[in-house]
Design a protein around this ligand. Structure first.
Ligand code: HEM
Length: 413
């Protein structure tokens, strides 16, 4: 990679080289074009932000809107037609609507509810590890990293066990934006199916409330009343969608990087208390939400000396911000003992009013998954193919995750 233009082009096209090492490209962009106008197909009015200070400020800037409806034209340029019905939720709205939706969901999604999940998550982790082959190489993603968050979020919401596989399939299909006409049709079909599924489930929970989050959301009220039917459906969808792949990919990235950094893994094994800090560092180092977070400018704004015109889309590269040497010493090193890597130092869970609502749950799941996996299989090793790990290929850098994670749990067993 020689020129800046090539760096921009690689980021836009998500070339295999870029997927293998987006951080090298982001380093160039941070230095030479920290607020970088992207060319078609993203449209001339999309700007990519890569420096930490700009990213943090942009995430909390009220002039940069998250309102999908207001941004519809700009949004369609990248995502195509998307199901507005499912997207009518807090992630895609501004205050005061955002404040109301988030408050209502927060009242049901309490720290107590998350903490109470610990024994259940322990049990799920144990059962999944019981089902893994120990001696031969296998892909850890479909048998461990993915099922864990999908079971947890289904249990939490009150989705019956027999529907889990369908939920996993539908939310994966919905996430496959932009892979041509056929994928788009499948995506729209999946959105319709999810909408119908949650509408029916909400009707059933209204008739027979249970001790689950969906029943609590139906009952949640504030001074302005409760969630409308449409908001309930789109909130259930958001929790399913946001709570699933993000965590699965983080677990995969974390296992891969710890196995590739034996001294770091040893430190975590020797001091189990270190797992909390280690997970924060792993989110910083290679988190699962790469730059899938968009805003659009409701007025002209200026970032890093670049004018972003009203109506432009602003794409914030969280992965780039989290490796900014202006903020983190030796940012390309994985250091589970990194001083000052507090939960809110990195931007892997966002920042400001849209800060990830599920972060406590994602942290708990990842901490327990890593702790139990490495405790139970002390000789575990990567079984990567000769060409090295295969990273996910997506049409724009949404999620950062592995396409597969071949491992052997007990090579000498
Ligand atoms: C928002 C990351 C897991 C629910 C966000 C945002 C990020 C993020 C970066 C902010 C997006 C923006 O500002 O545009 C992650 C990562 C996860 C994770 C890296 C796992 C490693 C979860 C889980 C849940 C969840 C497990 C729920 C069970 C949400 C919700 C929002 C959100 C509801 C929207 C908050 C709002 O708009 O106010 N997440 N997330 N996330 N996340 Fe997560």
């Amino acid at each position: 990679m020689t020129t800046m233009q090539e760096a921009v082009a690689a980021a836009e096209r998500c070339t295999p080289e870029f997927r293998r090492d987006p951080h090298a490209v982001y380093a160039r962009l941070r230095d030479a074009a920290p607020v970088c106008p992207m060319s078609p197909p993203h449209g001339n009015e999309t700007y990519l932000i890569t420096r930490y200070d700009d990213a943090r400020a942009a995430l909390a800037d009220p002039r940069l809107s998250k309102d999908m409806y207001g941004a519809m034209d700009a949004y369609r340029r990248i995502f195509g037609d998307s199901s507005v019905a499912l997207d009518d939720n807090m992630l895609n709205s501004d205050a005061p609507k955002h404040t109301r939706l988030r408050r209502l969901v927060n009242s049901a999604f309490t720290p107590r509810r998350v903490a109470a999940l610990r024994p259940r998550i322990e049990e799920i982790v144990r059962d999944l590890l019981d089902g893994c082959p120990t001696r031969e190489p296998f892909d850890l993603l479909p048998v461990f990293a993915f099922p864990l968050p999908i079971i947890v979020i289904c249990d939490l919401l009150g989705v019956p066990a027999e529907d889990r596989a369908r939920m996993q399939h539908l939310s994966t299909t919905v996430a496959q934006t932009g892979f041509g006409e056929e994928a788009k049709r499948a995506q729209q079909q999946a959105e319709g199916d999810l909408h119908a599924y949650f509408t029916d489930l909400i009707t059933a929970k209204r008739e027979r409330p249970a001790d689950d989050l969906l029943s609590a959301l139906i009952a949640a009220r504030d001074n302005d009343g409760g969630l409308t039917e449409g908001e309930l459906v789109s909130t259930a969808f958001l929790l399913m969608f946001a709570g699933h792949k993000t965590t699965a990919y983080l677990i995969g990235n974390a296992v891969h990087h710890l196995l590739s950094h034996p001294a770091q893994l040893r430190a975590v094994r020797e001091d189990p208390e270190l797992i909390r800090a280690a997970v924060e560092e792993l989110v910083r180092y290679d988190g699962s939400v790469e730059s899938a977070t968009f805003r659009y400018a409701t007025e002209d704004v200026e970032y890093g000396g670049t004018r972003i015109p009203k109506g432009a889309l602003v794409q914030i590269a969280l992965s780039a911000a989290n490796r900014d040497p202006r903020k983190f010493d030796a940012p390309d090193e994985l250091d589970v003992r990194r001083p000052g890597n507090a939960q809110d130092a990195h931007l892997g869970f966002g920042h400001g009013s849209h800060y990830c609502l599920g972060a406590p749950l994602a942290r708990l799941e990842t901490q327990l998954a890593l702790t139990r996996l490495f405790e139970r299989f002390p000789r575990m090793a990567l079984a990567d193919p000769a060409g090295g790990p295969r990273w996910l290929e997506v049409p724009f850098p949404a999620f950062r995750g592995l396409a597969e994670l071949p491992v052997v749990l007990d090579p000498a067993g």
